[in-house]
Write a protein that binds this ligand. Structure first.
Ligand code: BEZ
Length: 398
């Protein structure tokens, strides 16, 4: 098959972020003539693929999520073989804080149970051990922690660039940017996807537009219930150049109306190596529409982060630098962080439309591309998507 033979494709992938490119990567392996449509430019900073680092972690309170993180590992190894750049810096995952707190990331005690059930090795830590081994300070005595050595800091920029270069080189993949989808028509078994750059035809659609999910699925007469977080982030200068942290997440009860969870990274060679990234895992004002987002981080969220660093971290100056934002859709459905499914049954040809939406999925990038490809081409995937299915949690668009 050739790259550009008119407007007909086997599969059109809508969304050219990390997950869209990972899907193209796997469609290429199946020799599928694929078009990837990106509404902005590839490698943009306007969606959930913004920023340069992410956490790969295995602890989750649900066993199926632990299994998914484990299953993702060989796909990371395979992608790693395509680039000399180190994609995962295996510094480990440190989870610590109040063991009773349930956050958007889960709960420490439940994660321990899930790790045990799947025989994943980890060590438990007391408050004093967390301070002694990992440079935190002034932690309440009641805090506990777990350390899981396979956790990593993901070079997300290198990941996206590796996937993008693979797509560019492929004879089967066509990449089109500045191509927002304005209409999707169904003509018999075929989809006609309308963009300002032309109308493209395919038998199958894979929809991965990140936080812009509703803009696309509304065209097929359904929508999901999501809230949108414009997440702030900043770098903090090391006052001790040798200071190093693992990837970490602190579980704490909210203070008044505001979140109180933070997460951070090691210093990384690929971005501001003299600095360390620390970020709040909460937003003060969730958005009801992705168009409400701003590229300016919320100053109060950054002020809380600085305060936490001042009180609880060593070797860092608490003044934020190199700030950024990342926009994410979060499912409003309890216990369903990721939604992976076919379109609802009332949508014509629904089994030819595969959707991934919501949640923190960067750690699954190459594996999710494989799952979406298998669902699209085979109608099923070896990885059981039952926990991620929309069920009755879709709504007719009005
Ligand atoms: C995650 O591992 O899923 C995650 C970590 C920090 C912030 C948000 C999500």
């Amino acid at each position: 098959m050739t790259k550009e033979t008119g407007n007909h494709f086997d599969v059109i992938v809508i969304g050219g972020g990390a997950i869209g490119l990972a899907t193209a990567y796997h469609l290429n392996k199946r020799s599928c003539k694929t078009l990837v449509l990106e509404q902005f430019n590839f490698k943009n900073q306007l969606g959930s693929s913004a920023g340069v680092s992410r956490q790969y972690r295995i602890p989750y309170p649900e066993e199926y999520m632990v299994q998914m993180a484990l299953d993702a590992q060989p796909f990371w190894n395979e992608l790693q073989n395509r680039t000399p750049r180190k994609l995962l810096d295996k510094v480990g995952t440190l989870w610590f804080g109040d063991p009773a707190v349930h956050s958007t990331e889960g709960n420490i005690a439940e994660a321990e149970q899930a790790l045990k059930a799947l025989n994943v090795p980890y060590t438990t830590l007391t408050s004093k051990e967390i301070e002694g081994k990992y440079h935190f300070k002034n932690l309440p005595d009641t805090y506990t922690g777990l350390f899981q050595a396979d956790g990593a800091s993901i070079d997300f920029k290198a990941t996206i660039e590796t996937l993008y270069e693979a797509a560019e080189k492929s004879a089967h993949i066509t990449l089109k940017e500045e191509s927002p989808v304005t209409d999707i028509k169904q003509v018999g078994k075929l989809f006609e996807v309308v963009t300002p750059k032309g109308t493209f035809i395919s038998e199958k659609l894979i929809l991965v537009p990140g936080p812009y999910i509703d803009n696309v699925i509304n065209l097929l007469n359904f929508r999901i219930e999501a809230t949108y977080w414009n997440m702030s982030s900043a770098y903090f200068k090391k006052t001790d150049p040798s200071m190093q942290y693992p990837t970490w997440f602190v579980f704490q009860n909210a203070i008044a109306q505001n979140g109180n969870q933070f997460y951070g990274f090691p210093g990384v060679v690929w971005d501001h190596p003299e600095y360390i990234r620390v970020a709040p895992d909460f937003v003060i004002d969730p958005l009801s529409d992705p168009d409400q987002r701003s590229l300016v981080p919320n100053s109060q969220e950054l002020a809380y982060t600085s305060e936490w660093i001042k009180n609880h971290m060593t070797g860092l100056d608490p003044v934020p630098h190199f700030t950024s934002t990342c926009l994410i859709a979060l499912s409003k459905i309890a216990n369903k962080e990721l939604l992976i499914d076919f379109a609802p049954p009332y949508v014509p040809n629904n089994k030819n439309i595969v959707v991934y939406a919501t949640g923190w999925a960067a750690k699954f990038t190459p594996f999710l591309g494989k799952i979406l490809t298998d669902l699209s081409l085979d109608g099923h995937s070896d990885f059981d998507i039952t926990p991620f299915k929309l069920g009755y949690n879709f709504f007719k668009a009005i």
